[in-house]
Design a protein around this ligand. Structure first.
Ligand code: CP3
Length: 347
């Protein structure tokens, strides 16, 4: 089978498909007992991301169990700050902790020298996964968008108010621009290396795009994403790019028009009619099941899956969640979702 015939790639290109392809953000992870088993072998989460054998195994686990139409490389958006030499650790139950950088002197401590070498184990995993994937399964690579990665680098971890990042971006926009420019370059290098290793689609995760509005959204979300899209398209014109400006509401429209991404990943807050009428005509759409419904399962899940299919399946569409799978999701409900989508194909 030629790779452009995989269901996921056909759907992105607007070709006919028997049933909508699906994959799930965070489809490899703690909701799977076989993941938790592997996770006990390493203490720091990054030891999993930087061990090609374990990263390959974990990437393939959900594919073996459920047969999704795509595998996503098992890694994390925070490998970029790590490879720029910022210290990143994962504390059990607390999420990531970084040595925060908040100004020009913090910036001076980062470097692109050796960046690709420090990520070599990730690209080694890409090659190993490529060898082992079933022929019909598409392979997705990814990176965090500069804005979202910057929030972790500046806050020193996860955040609610993003006060430090907003203070830097507003108080010293030219200095903050240097951080965004560095991250833009790093992201291009990282996606390019994944594509050369064999990924067939890339997704740009901008999980915190939604906290920005208007001019700030244009400068810190759209502009760097456009620069990444242009560079990747220049080097790899046939590789589809999925953009995920989570939480950005009606700003999804300008994002789609101005960045030129091929696919928009829709969060669960976006009204279906807006997605169908305003976004799907200009890009393929992916999403937008609320991850909570995958925890619930049963008729609540079925009802919403039917609504999403009714809204989107006439156009270019990939079934997915609106955000990552929740750790307490019963694996049986993921199997139920696969069956619902199979039935949609026959019906
Ligand atoms: O989708 C996939 O299956 C691929 C793997 C993947 C992970 N993280 C694995 C992971 C992807 C695509 C990501 C992206 C990511 N990482 C994002 C963007 C998407 C989103 O969720 O908004 C963000 C913001 C991060 C940063 C990050 N990584 C945080 C905040 C945390 C801690 C919180 C948490 O969920 O545990 C992580 C850790 C992480 N990344 C885990 C996994 C499976 C859990 C680590 C563990 O098993 O201990």
């Amino acid at each position: 089978m030629r790779s452009d015939e995989k269901t996921l790639l056909r759907a992105i290109r607007g070709k006919s498909v028997e049933r909508p392809p699906y994959w799930l953000m965070r489809q490899a992870g703690r909701y799977l007992p076989e993941y938790r088993e592997i996770r006990t072998k390493v203490s720091d989460f990054f030891d999993l991301c930087f061990n090609p054998t374990l990263a390959t195994e974990v990437t393939l686990q959900p594919i073996r169990r459920f047969g999704m139409d795509a595998a996503i490389l098992f890694s994390d958006i925070l490998v970029i700050p790590h490879a720029l030499t910022q210290k990143v650790v994962f504390k059990e139950g607390e999420g990531p902790i970084l040595d925060a950088i908040q100004d020009q002197s913090g910036l001076a401590s980062l470097t692109l020298d050796g960046f690709i070498d420090r990520l070599a184990p990730v690209y080694e995993a890409v090659g190993m996964i490529k060898e082992e994937l079933p022929l019909q399964t598409a392979f997705i690579g990814f990176a965090g968008a500069p804005w979202t990665v910057a929030t972790y680098m500046v806050e020193g971890g996860g955040s609610r108010g993003f006060v430090k990042t907003q203070a830097w971006a507003n108080g010293d926009p030219d200095g903050f621009q240097k951080l965004i420019d560095l991250l833009t370059q790093a992201t291009i290098l990282h996606l390019d290396a994944q594509i050369r290793g064999g990924v067939e689609v890339v997704q740009i995760f901008d999980s915190w795009a939604g906290i920005l509005k208007d001019r700030d959204f244009a400068r810190w979300v759209i502009a760097p994403t456009l620069a990444i899209v242009e560079a990747i398209k220049r080097a790899h014109p046939t590789i589809p790019i999925i953009g995920f400006p989570r939480g950005s509401g009606s700003q999804y429209l300008g994002y789609a028009q101005e960045t030129g991404v091929d696919v928009l990943s829709l969060d669960q807050d976006l009204p279906l009619a807006f997605g169908r009428d305003s976004l799907q005509p200009i890009a393929a759409v992916q999403g937008n099941l609320d991850p909570v419904l995958l925890v619930a399962g049963g008729s609540a899940l079925k009802t919403r899956v039917d609504e999403i299919l009714a809204a989107f399946r006439q156009g270019r569409f990939i079934f997915n969640l609106g955000h990552g799978i929740l750790p307490h999701t019963p694996p049986e409900n993921v199997a139920q979702l696969g069956q619902l989508l199979d039935r949609a194909g026959r019906g």
